[in-house]
Unconditional design. Structure first.
Length: 101
């Protein structure tokens, strides 16, 4: 199930240790780096998935971030492009969207 995370939810996942700050989705920035970017730009929304706690490989993973068009600023767009330069998919026209496979 794909789920989006706003800053406060993301912070709670970290505090309660449901997500590993050093984890990353392949070539994505680490969870800690994504959280830091979201602290600088709270309008950024992260999305990802959770593997059931009933499985040995239980985890919560962040696989992308986006910003709705109405919340994009010029500075955010510039920083977003730099931050997401290695994303497998990067869209910057109507909204900002980055996804790591």
């Amino acid at each position: 199930m794909v789920r989006s995370f706003v800053l406060k939810t993301f912070e709670n996942l970290l505090i309660q240790r449901f997500i590993d700050p050093e984890d990353c989705q392949n070539e994505a920035p680490s969870v800690k780096e994504i959280f830091g970017f979201m602290c600088k730009y709270p309008q950024v929304i992260a999305f990802g998935y959770a593997v059931s706690p009933k499985r040995k490989d239980y985890r919560v993973s962040i696989e992308g971030i986006y910003v709705p068009q109405e919340k994009v600023t010029l500075q955010l767009k510039e920083d977003f492009i730099k931050f997401c330069q290695n994303a497998d998919e990067l869209l910057t026209e109507d909204k900002l969207y980055a996804w790591w496979d």
